[in-house]
Design a protein around this ligand. Sequence first.
Ligand SMILES: C[S@@+](CC[C@H](N)C(=O)[O-])C[C@H]1O[C@@H](n2cnc3c(N)ncnc32)[C@H](O)[C@@H]1O
Length: 276
Amino acid sequence: MLGHNIIKDDEIDILLEDIYQRYGYDFMQYSRASIKRRINRIMTNDRFASFAELRFALKDNTEFLQHFIEEITVNLTEMFRDPLFFKQLREEVLPQLGTYPLIRIWVAGCSSGEEAYSIAILLKEAHILHKSLIYATDINPRVLEIAKKGIYPLRHIKSFSESYIESGGKEDFSNYYTANYDWVKFNAELKQKMILSAHNLVSDTSFNSFQLIICRNVLIYFNKELQERVFHLFDASLENLGYLALGSKETIRFSGIQHNYTAIGDQKIWKKLYPL
Ligand SMILES: C[S@@+](CC[C@H](N)C(=O)[O-])C[C@H]1O[C@@H](n2cnc3c(N)ncnc32)[C@H](O)[C@@H]1O
């Protein structure tokens, strides 16, 4: 029976169309290879014997839909992920942002919030947290609930702390949280300037104008067409001379907005120029 749960391309089309029609979530422009891998994973782990069974489970079962969305959207994250990226933010972007009276930052696809808390720490250390607003958004309300609490497993802290130091952090990392048994809770001060809300990059529009947009490790799951839509959304949401930051495997090269941006450094950060 090897391979009995390998879903076919036309079955993926049917499933994604069902989900769109029934629940309004549009995954049709996600990268097909990744969607296929994730659906096959669900079929194996949740022991579906056939595509028909999976399709049936997704009908009128919002709890299973939630599980399905979580599998498809991949919520993996960590604090100070790619520490050199955060170092470049500290050294080259924050001094510029510090010249504004109010700094608006959008962390799109923030998952459970580790990236947004890392940014808050950077802003605090640059003495500009008090005049910043961090809009952290994700498609998945469940991960946003974790972000709101700011409570993470203690077992991750050693690696977060090492990345913090590698990013140029000079404080004692434990000053930023309180440990309680197997969990740590990050200081309320860090989330005071954070606005966490649901936003879908596929279907929602721009909601503000920002000086820095960070969207890392999200576009890798989208096909080229959807990436292009999101780049235009970011471009429309970014002030002139604002910064756009992507993940290590993502780029605006070959996109329709690239001509108006210049790369600063080697950590996937671009600066928006005045339009020609
Ligand atoms: C791999 S995580 C990246 C988290 C964080 N940015 C990082 O780099 O560590 C991808 C996140 O993108 C979110 N995501 C996927 N599709 C999305 C969409 N259409 N709109 C908004 N967020 C989305 C997922 O829910 C997930 O939390």
